[in-house]
Design a protein around this ligand. Structure first.
Ligand code: SF4
Ligand code: SF4
Length: 449
């Protein structure tokens, strides 16, 4: 019986893993943002006029434990180090490289030796050197995530749900590189100091499950766990619940219940880093949406502008909105000049057909949002207190436990902007906490005078 959790929705998946991978020709200029991770920003290691090789480290923050370096995704000349549009909004410092179209490789990272491949510390160091972050979209530095769980975590879970509509990169990776993927998971397991890893995969990828099983995952200390097809099966908390039965308490972290969860694409990047000496410079990006003339599974270099990517995949028409990631949790891009980054699993280009906005929506108290919330929250009540700006009411209904999965908005017949409201509410709580902390510090300073 496939494992799952209570709540969730079954959106129209619109997946197309059978469309062959298109290799996107790298653009004449790539834009490599210096920040492609959660944590301390990187500093540039290059300046205008420098020649860089493909795979060369061009930005890092050596002192910060929570950080991940960035690498050149093409060879060529650095023509700017300056703020550029970032896919997550704002202008963020970036290294712009004029591509010489030679892909001259940098050989700074050699494949690990047989001995190193059995050594957790060597693998963790390689993850860090290769700039590996959570490539499911979270972009948390993977080496730090695994290292901080050492001695506390007893269960490593690999997320193979890929439950967001449209996205296909994980499914394709499982089918195309099964042995490499299992080796990447084995490296992660060794780095985590564990004997076994669990690989949770939704059964709409049964072909991939069969292929992976034919490579004897038990040889690598891995058990494949089939999961029911349901959104958001791929959220960390719901993977943990489905596989171990453990519940991450509100405000808690996976490590608090002895678990670490990492994504399929991250494990493949670990394989490439450890076995091939390759840093994170490319990935499969799903390109689709009603505005696209064609859909594609595009092998894309990091730093490829979103407008260029769409052109290479057949172009678009009547473009209204660009969403990074899947349609349920993705965020809107503000510029077609913004580039793909390590965490870009998909880019969806939509016309106004998908625009669900209605003017002055009114809750009809149907309760459909509550029945699907995988966190067992009451979105309609949270929204009511949010619209009044009532922090106490929002706290009573646990708005900060929302994982922003979008299931409530998807299921709401009145088209209330629920998820957007809860994202904003969480930011309001963060700002309030920061303000209170600053006021308390100022008061303590005053008292100490
Ligand atoms: S309230 Fe949050 S966690 Fe619950 S369904 Fe809505 S977005 Fe998901
Ligand atoms: S689903 Fe929408 S209309 Fe129904 S109770 Fe929830 S917020 Fe109100």
């Amino acid at each position: 019986m496939p494992k799952t959790f209570k709540g969730g929705v079954h959106p129209n998946y619109n997946k197309f893993p059978d469309v062959p991978v298109t290799v996107i020709a790298p653009p004449d200029q790539v834009v490599i943002p210096l920040v492609q991770h959660i944590g301390a920003p990187n500093k540039p290691l290059v300046q205008v006029g420098d020649y860089v090789k493909m795979g060369q480290k061009i930005g890092e923050n050596g002192d910060a434990p929570v950080s991940a370096p960035v690498h050149a995704s093409v060879s060529g000349k650095v023509i700017a180090v300056e703020p550029r549009p970032h896919p997550l909004g704002d202008l963020i410092p970036a290294v712009v490289i004029e591509n010489d179209h030679r892909d001259t490789p940098c050989t700074d990272l050699a494949p690990l030796t047989e001995e190193e491949l059995k050594n957790g510390e060597a693998i963790l160091q390689r993850m860090r050197d290769a700039g590996i972050v959570g490539m499911g979209g979270a972009m948390f530095p993977t080496a730090f995530k695994i290292k901080s769980g050492l001695g506390k975590v007893d269960t490593l879970i690999i997320n193979g749900a890929e439950c967001e509509p449209y996205l296909n990169g994980d499914h394709i990776t499982m089918r195309t590189y099964p042995e490499q993927l299992l080796k990447g998971i084995e490296c992660a397991r060794i780095a985590a100091g564990l004997d076994k890893a669990y690989y949770g995969i939704e059964v709409n990828k049964q072909d991939a499950i069969d292929i992976l099983n034919s490579f004897h995952p038990e040889k690598y200390g891995i058990e494949i766990v089939p999961e029911e097809v349901k959104y958001p099966q791929g959220s960390e908390k719901h993977q943990i619940k489905a596989i171990t039965g453990r519940e991450v308490k509100p405000g808690g972290l996976p490590a608090g219940v002895g678990c670490t969860v990492i994504s399929t694409r991250t494990c493949y990047a670990i394989y490439q880093a450890c076995y091939e000496g390759k840093p994170v410079i490319e990935r499969i990006v799903t390109v689709a949406g009603s505005a696209m003339n064609q859909k594609a599974n595009a092998l894309t270099r990091v730093g490829t502008p979103l407008g260029y990517l769409a052109e290479q995949c057949g172009g678009y028409h009547d473009l209204r909105k660009v969403v990074l990631g899947g349609p349920m949790m993705g965020i809107c891009a503000t510029s077609l000049e913004a580039p793909t980054i390590k965490g870009t699993a998909g880019v969806l280009y939509f016309t106004k057909k998908e625009d669900r906005t209605v003017k002055n929506p009114t809750c009809i108290r149907c309760g459909k949002c509550t029945t699907v919330c995988p966190m067992h929250l009451q979105p309609c009540m949270m929204y009511m207190y949010y619209s009044k700006g009532d922090f106490e009411g929002m706290s009573r209904y646990h708005v900060t436990d929302c994982i922003e999965c979008g299931s409530c908005s998807y299921n709401c017949p009145a088209r209330m902007p629920l998820t957007h409201a809860f994202k904003t509410a969480k930011l309001m709580f963060q700002a309030k906490a920061a303000k209170e902390k600053a006021a308390a510090e100022a008061a303590a300073k005053e008292a100490g005078k």
